[in-house]
Design a protein around this ligand. Structure first.
Ligand code: CMX
Length: 135
């Protein structure tokens, strides 16, 4: 498996609009994308530093993992996302190493990336997302 770099840091927030002014207005990181990702039950606003993105996340509905996370732990860093060259190879190799990958096949996430998550119990307490850029 080849890790290309840190694609983004995902931050769970109560409300996208009220949380975005720090990143956009104060730090003046360029806002590049807003999307509702129904497969993940999240709304996202993406800020791109040019060397890694900040992905703000709030809940799209009651089933959202972000809602559960905030209820248990409060707002804050929810996951880190590593860009991989080939996500299917990554999933296969991780599973062979006994790592708890949360699905056997990638899903399509924000910006059309193919994504998969690794359970925090396999990583030392950090939810890790792997993402392959769309062709
Ligand atoms: N970071 C670190 N630890 C986390 C975590 C997170 N984001 N979310 C849960 N945990 C920990 C909990 O603290 C708990 O630990 P303890 O057992 O020590 O208390 C354990 O994992 C189980 O947590 P839970 O609250 O019972 O939550 P679930 O098991 O129901 O779900 C997880 C946890 C990771 C499997 C689920 O959140 C998931 O499938 N996540 C992947 C999908 C996702 O998060 N999508 C939203 C982002 C989408 C996007 O970026 O596009």
């Amino acid at each position: 498996m080849k890790i290309i770099g840190i694609e983004h840091i995902g931050i769970a927030v109560e409300d996208l609009n009220s949380s975005s002014s720090f990143w956009g207005d104060i730090l003046r990181i360029v806002h590049t994308h807003t999307e509702s990702v129904e497969t993940e039950s999240v709304n996202t606003k993406i800020y791109d530093t040019g060397k890694g993105k900040i992905e703000l996340l709030d809940s799209l509905d009651e089933t959202s993992p972000v809602r559960k996370f905030i209820q248990k732990r409060g707002p804050g860093i929810h996951h880190i996302c590593l860009e991989v060259e080939d996500i299917n190879i990554a999933i296969k190799e991780l599973k062979e190493s006994g790592i708890e990958v949360l699905s056997d096949f990638p899903r399509v996430g924000a910006e059309g990336y193919k994504i998969v998550f690794i359970h925090p119990k396999s990583t030392g307490g950090v939810l890790v997302e792997l993402a392959e850029k769309p062709a």
